[in-house]
Design a protein around this ligand. Structure first.
Ligand code: GLC
Length: 691
């Protein structure tokens, strides 16, 4: 049951699309401490879930988080905000409930930071929507209370985005592929090493001087030809689109936008000039319907060249400088020229220069003209990335009604999950960022972001072969499986390493598991469910499961326990019940072993991926392929742990149209111990896989 409260006159974020009961008067569970302040007393055993993209644990207790989208590639344990704002929390204790703040400005969630027993929430102003979700799951049965709260919340915010099937393949990205030859080299590198590949991502280098919707003709003399060639070999090229538009006369996107007043304005009503990759830029005012439509239609330029997927970047928006602030810096800098830069003076000097990039003051310098009137950017800050991606998502439905287009974004806010996926932004090639990736996934799923994943191998810093292998072994299970790295770092394509064959085997497991991954993904989207869950959501009665933060449930049949420490030959794994352990080394080398409930040390070699199948559960698999198109989805095999009887509802479709609810997409598979497997549906053959 969801009760929605309207406090003051909230900005219409268009996030809530589902039904709820209008609440009046007292807000349940929370104590009001002021007009925009709430508190909740936490019992010792209470667990707090949610907040999507954030640092720290699956249990968010013990830190202070701030929803205010921030470009921060050096994030660490003490970071408060990342690229997304996901204001959904669940309390699991004697009382079990969810809360969602529909609010586009800054909010802080102090979850036992100031006082270990207190949850304190503070919003920047008094106009917001607040939704409280109760649960009576114990009566309805089937789901745990946590799963029930998530499903209700997800029904409130609408169905999650489903990308085309090929987007579930493995992709290679790097900032610094400069031209057609570089791109062909990558595809060839993978092909020669016999490693699967579905996507090569094009970073800002493909554009002409970093101008959106342009292609550098010197570097790519026949872009459409390249796109088509690549597609023939099963590889999709996926270009980046940045939020900011270069100020340049003669550049049609800029000129059109300027002529129609489509850009954000400064206090005087002039186009607000900021700095980004192209130098001086303007920001499309995508909080305005007309502008959103205009910006969305621009993707057609690349779609017409054969492109079927995009990633939207720098849309917090990330601002390197504002023209106003920069002028001030130059003026003040002169003052330091003849100074003796002692401790204090050097500090001042450093502060002046060091705070240029992404200074929060910029968000107070420009305005949007929305349907609800003019507003200062800072008040609606978290909606910018959402609406930039919404612009694309809405345009795609119009431009390609019978074709899904891949789109994922860096910045986000709940609501955007209907239009696209996200990647988790710039991380580093650190082992701790692999662990962070694991913990973040279920939190993102709770908030509706299912198509998501991190830069595998790490974006910044030099990776190592073992980190890449362990990260890929986890990435096999994340819907977005992309290896991405920054210019200036060590090359990290799988084929660059001495262990390329073994890395290739790990990637191949993705293609083997794809029928299961795709089926579980789409079922989660259609059923408002999570694709990756904390153990505690599935085993709510198991107190130990509540504390497990480095193992995850993947879909209904699999549990994973990835290795995330360097030089570790294995790890401790907790099994809430007896499971079938699958040890994968290569498509031809897989072993199984039944492991009893409890704690175990499991050896997991660098070349191996180990996962666990739940009792009386099935996992449909393929025989693999070098890209998604090559996978035979008609003749499948089943990996299973059938102690008595198991059923599996398989979802599959053509991979590109949007007829998701068609009953023909479902095949019911039944397996009874010792009996031949049976299925109802349109598949040619489904066999039990003995290994
Ligand atoms: C940003 C993106 C990163 C990209 C880079 C260059 O840092 O997050 O993925 O490679 O910009 O476009």
């Amino acid at each position: 049951m969801i009760t929605g409260f309207q406090c003051g006159s909230p900005f219409n974020t268009e996030t809530v699309t589902g039904k709820f009961r209008r609440g009046e008067g007292k807000i349940p569970y929370l104590k009001k401490e002021g007009r925009a302040k709430f508190s909740y007393r936490l019992e010792k055993e209470d667990v707090v879930y949610g907040l999507g993209e954030n640092v720290r644990g699956i249990n968010k207790r013990g830190w202070i988080y701030e929803s205010f989208n921030t470009d921060n590639c050096y994030h660490r344990e003490d970071t408060k905000s990342l690229y997304g704002a996901h204001n959904f929390l669940i309390i699991d204790g004697k009382e079990q409930f969810g809360i969602f703040f529909d609010y586009p400005g800054r909010i802080t969630f102090d979850i036992g930071y100031s006082d270990p027993d207190l949850l304190k929430i503070e919003l920047q102003d008094e106009d917001f929507g607040l939704y409280v979700i109760g649960t009576d799951a114990h009566k309805t049965c089937g789901y745990s209370a946590m799963e029930d709260i998530v499903r209700q919340f997800r029904r409130l915010i609408g169905r999650s985005y489903i990308p085309p099937k090929w987007a579930f393949g493995y992709g290679q990205s790097r900032w610094g592929y400069l031209n057609e030859a570089d791109v062909r080299d990558v595809a060839e590198g993978y092909r020669n090493a016999g490693i699967g590949l579905d996507m090569v991502y094009l970073d800002i280098d493909y554009m002409e001087r970093y101008k959106d919707f342009t292609v550098n003709r010197e570097a790519y003399p026949d872009f459409a030809g390249l796109v088509s060639d690549m597609k023939k070999s099963g590889v999709h090229l996926v270009p980046i689109i940045d939020a900011a538009i270069k100020v340049e006369s003669g550049y049609d996107v800029y000129e059109e936008g300027a002529a129609n007043d489509y850009f954000c304005k400064d206090e005087e009503g002039n186009d607000y000039i900021a700095g980004a990759w192209p130098g001086r830029v303007v920001l499309p005012d995508v909080l305005n319907d007309k502008v959103r439509r205009w910006f969305g239609q621009k993707y057609k330029i690349l779609i017409d060249m054969g492109i079927e997927g995009f990633w939207n970047d720098m849309n917090e928006p990330s601002i390197f400088f504002s023209e106003k602030y920069l002028a001030e810096v130059f003026r003040k800098l002169d003052k330091f020229r003849d100074e003796n830069l002692d401790l204090e003076k050097f500090g001042e000097f450093g502060e002046l220069v060091g705070k240029i990039s992404n200074n929060p003051v910029y968000y107070k310098e420009f305005y949007h003209r929305t349907d609800s009137g003019v507003c200062l950017h800072e008040q609606v800050h978290n909606l910018y990335g959402y609406n930039l991606t919404r612009a694309a998502g809405e345009a795609f439905e119009e431009l390609c009604p019978n074709h899904r287009i891949l789109i994922f974004s860096r910045s986000s806010c709940i609501g955007m999950h209907r239009y696209g996926g996200i990647w988790t932004g710039d991380n580093q090639s650190f082992w701790e960022h692999l662990l962070m990736n694991m913990k973040m996934m279920p939190s993102l799923n709770m908030c509706g972001f299912l198509y998501t994943g991190a830069d595998l191998g790490g974006f910044g810093s030099d990776t190592t072969q073992d980190l890449l292998m362990r990260w890929l072994a986890f990435g096999v299970f994340t819907p977005l499986m992309r290896n991405h790295s920054s210019i200036g770092t060590r090359r990290q394509e799988a084929y660059q390493f001495p262990g390329a064959a073994e890395i290739g085997n790990i990637i191949q497991l993705r293609y083997i598991l794809l029928p299961y991954i795709y089926s579980e993904y789409v079922k989660a989207a259609l059923g408002d469910d999570m694709y990756m869950k904390p153990l505690a959501f599935v085993y709510p009665e198991d107190d130990f499961a509540k504390e497990v933060e480095d193992q995850l449930m993947v879909g209904e049949s699999i549990m994973i326990a990835p290795v995330y420490r360097q030089n570790a030959g294995g790890r401790y794994v907790y099994l809430p019940e007896r499971m079938l352990m699958v040890r994968y080394q290569s498509p031809k080398q897989m072993q199984k072993e039944i492991v009893e409930k409890g704690h175990h040390y499991v050896e997991i070699g660098l070349k191996e991926v180990v996962f666990f199948i739940l009792p009386d559960h099935l996992v449909p698999i393929s025989s693999g392929g070098s890209c998604v198109e090559q996978i035979d989805f008609e003749n499948l095999r089943i990996m299973g742990f059938v102690e008595t009887y198991a059923e599996y509802k398989l979802y599959d479709d053509d991979g590109y149209t949007r007829d998701y609810d068609n009953p023909r997409c479902f095949t019911q598979i039944r397996a009874a111990k010792g009996k031949k497997l049976v299925w109802e549906g349109e598949k040619n053959s489904i066999e039990y896989f003995e290994f």
